[in-house]
Design a protein around this ligand. Structure first.
Ligand SMILES: NC(=O)c1ccc[n+]([C@@H]2O[C@H](COP(=O)([O-])OP(=O)(O)OC[C@H]3O[C@@H](n4cnc5c(N)ncnc54)[C@H](OP(=O)(O)O)[C@@H]3O)[C@@H](O)[C@H]2O)c1
Length: 255
């Protein structure tokens, strides 16, 4: 299947680790030009070097940006558009994984998971209108099912991401801009959330692993491939959907 992503300009937040890192690599493997950010300079430098070696025919531009600093985030979006002559795809991928039921975590989660996502998309929309581009937001099965994190802001904000993305799809459809969500299940990354839970809370890890009917957690690349498909020309009539990629972890039927 030809995805038609060559030379498309893609922005990914949180692109140096986990799912974001796999999304960046997957877009590059399709010939896209990818701008990505994270907060850690050393990771940005190592990722940019590694990606340029792995995908010499394409361009990967990494920059230090903390998405919770909205003015920095928005300035980065404008700069990417200026540098690469527009924007075709936006993937706001960062979460602050705020899982405590406290005012501080509710505020942090709203700010990073929802407001920064909204702000980035608002800034990118004029560019996306010009290119008839699209947005792929990253939610979670925790936005759909009540799990071990409840009660906490994480699932509530992830549900808000799905709702907002569907609103965006509906309101922007007449202008040719698509918007979809990808909701990962449990994705095992050694230096990520589940690697940490395996090390620090082995009982919880075993319990959660047992809920996965495929007998395993997902891989970051399995999420990246779904995101890349949603962003591609081959998904030209797919807008407003929430693609759950969870190896059938969720037991509720999504109607
Ligand atoms: N892993 C899972 O099982 C799972 C399941 C469902 C949904 N998700 C969703 O998938 C997305 C990615 O999760 P992940 O597990 O891949 O995370 P991860 O492994 O912790 O990676 C997070 C990435 O985001 C960057 N980052 C974090 N905070 C940032 C900030 N404020 N500004 C800029 N960059 C920031 C990190 O780099 P720095 O720390 O250097 O900034 C890193 O590159 C999240 O939205 C998460 O909710 C994950």
């Amino acid at each position: 299947m030809h995805l038609g992503l060559e030379k498309k300009v893609v922005l990914v937040t949180g692109g140096t680790k986990g799912i974001g890192r796999a999304i960046v690599a997957s877009f590059l493997s399709e010939g896209a030009i990818v701008h990505f950010c994270s907060r850690t300079k050393a990771d940005i430098e190592a990722s940019t070097k590694g990606l340029s070696e792995a995908y010499p025919q394409t361009k990967a531009f990494g920059v230090v940006v903390d998405v919770s600093k909205l003015s920095d985030l928005n300035a980065w979006v404008h700069k990417c558009a200026e540098q690469s002559g527009g924007i075709d795809v936006v993937v706001p991928n960062v979460s602050c994984f705020a899982m405590k039921n406290t005012v501080e975590d509710w505020q942090a989660c709203f700010h990073t998971d929802m407001l920064a996502l909204w702000s980035m998309i608002q800034t990118a929309l004029p560019y996306l209108e010009k290119t008839k581009g699209n947005v792929v937001t990253i939610s979670s099965v925790t936005g759909r099912d009540i799990d071990f994190t409840a009660p906490s802001p994480y699932g509530a904000m992830k549900a808000a991401v799905v709702h907002y993305t569907a609103q965006l799809a509906h309101t922007m459809a007449p202008k040719g801009v698509r918007a979809n969500t990808c909701s990962p299940g449990n994705i095992y990354i050694e230096d990520g959330v589940w690697g940490g839970i395996e090390r620090d809370s082995s009982e919880l890890f075993k319990k959660q692993m047992a809920l996965n009917p495929m007998g395993r957690m997902g891989k970051a690349e399995e999420i990246a491939d779904a995101v890349v498909f949603l962003a591609s020309q081959r998904a030209s009539f797919v807008s407003g959907t929430n693609m759950v990629v969870d190896g059938s972890l969720c037991t509720g039927v999504q109607l």
